[in-house]
Design a protein around this ligand. Structure first.
Ligand code: ATP
Length: 354
């Protein structure tokens, strides 16, 4: 069992910055787990505190069945890959990969064989005698991974491992990393500020804001049912429509539309109606229970368009429209939420029927 468990973990920096704030988190054994959040929310600090590169101010870090809170990094059984890969420039690829084994004082033959084996599995076999400066960004990233893997740690910690790659390599590296993690089955935490990357790669995501976790769930859960307005506005390539609303005679009045509430809610309640642009159906003719407005902006998404309607209530509502039904600026349009796809928030939190 090599899951990671954090209890009431807090990290204060000198000067009164609380970067991690009483955080509880359980990362199951073998999970590919993303720590996602905006810049400065404490992701890197959290990862470094798990690795032992920062000392927790209070709370505990457990790896498997061991309390490692007060152990130095070398005794925590973690392998960390940094944003800049931190390869040794004067060493060859082979020596870089074998480095953790040298620290562990493994015999030379064993180090060579292990480095060659890991290099083979990461497609680096032909590059063992090169130095980091002679490699592409993607190759450097794989050497950094290989170095972390060579020591066979119980847990991998990856800090923005793809951020140095260009857009195309990044997509390839996503697939590669996901496949590799699946094959190795090693518990892996990776930090990213890129929600699309977290959704694509992780099997579970923790969304962070100012040192705290706002939601933990599968990519589908955080995308479809964000637990609060912070997560709702953070997740999704096209932001969710979040419209201030009020409940009148059992219906939600939002931006001039009268909509069926997705949960039980009493009259008079101030709420926020949430629906993703992908979950609205566009119509050029009037339909019931729909937002109505004038098309003001059309953005091309390739096989579809993102259309902004300016509603009677004044609030903009965005809707994804398939390429064959493209409206024009100035057109009147209606956008109706698909059944089961809209959400209500009250005081910032998702409302449910339980
Ligand atoms: P980014 O995505 O920009 O790397 P992050 O989510 O990883 O951000 P951290 O780097 O963990 O965030 O920083 C969390 C908070 O702690 C920030 O307010 C940051 O300014 C502060 N901080 C980070 N390192 C230190 C330090 N060594 N001393 C004091 N404050 C720090």
């Amino acid at each position: 069992m090599t899951g990671v468990e954090l209890s009431a973990l807090t990290k204060d920096y000198p000067g009164g910055v609380r970067a991690v704030d009483g955080l509880d988190l359980a990362v199951p054994d073998g999970a590919f787990f993303a720590l996602l959040g905006p810049s400065g929310c404490g992701k890197t600090t959290l990862l470094r505190t798990i690795a032992g590169l920062e000392t927790a101010t209070s709370g505990t870090v457990r790896i498997g069945d061991r309390d490692v809170t007060r152990l130095p990094p070398g005794r925590r059984d973690v392998g960390m890959v940094f944003q800049d890969y931190a390869l040794f420039p004067h060493m060859t690829v082979a020596d870089n990969i074998a480095y953790p084994l040298r620290i562990k004082k493994a015999p030379k033959d064993e180090r060579r064989a292990a480095a060659a084996g890991v290099a083979e599995s990461l497609g680096l076999a032909g590059l063992l005698e090169r130095r980091p400066a002679e490699l592409s960004g993607g190759q450097q990233q794989r050497v950094a991974l290989a170095r972390a893997m060579a020591a066979r740690p119980a847990v991998f910690l990856l800090d923005e491992p793809l951020s140095n790659l260009d857009a195309r390599l990044r997509l390839e590296a996503r697939t590669f990393l996901k496949k590799l993690q699946h094959e190795l089955g090693v518990t892996t935490l990776f930090v990213t500020h890129d929600q699309a990357e977290a959704l694509a790669m992780a099997d579970r995501i923790a969304v962070m804001e100012t040192g705290r976790i706002r939601q933990v769930g599968t990519p589908a859960e955080v995308f479809r049912r964000p637990a609060n307005l912070f997560v709702a506005s953070f997740i999704g390539s096209t932001p969710m429509n979040l419209v201030d609303a009020r409940v009148v005679n059992g219906l939600v009045e939002a931006a001039g539309a009268r909509l069926r509430p997705p949960v039980r809610v009493e009259d008079g309640a101030p709420v926020v109606f949430g629906v993703r642009p992908e979950y609205l159906d566009y119509s050029p003719a009037p339909v019931d229970a729909a937002f109505h407005g004038r098309v003001v902006v059309i953005e091309n998404l390739g096989t579809s368009s993102l259309v902004t309607l300016e509603t009677e209530g004044g609030a903009p509502v965005r809707v994804v429209v398939p390429e064959d039904a493209e409206p024009r600026p100035g057109d009147e349009g209606w956008a109706s939420p698909r059944p089961g796809r809209s959400l209500l928030y009250r005081e910032g939190e998702l409302m449910t029927d339980d």
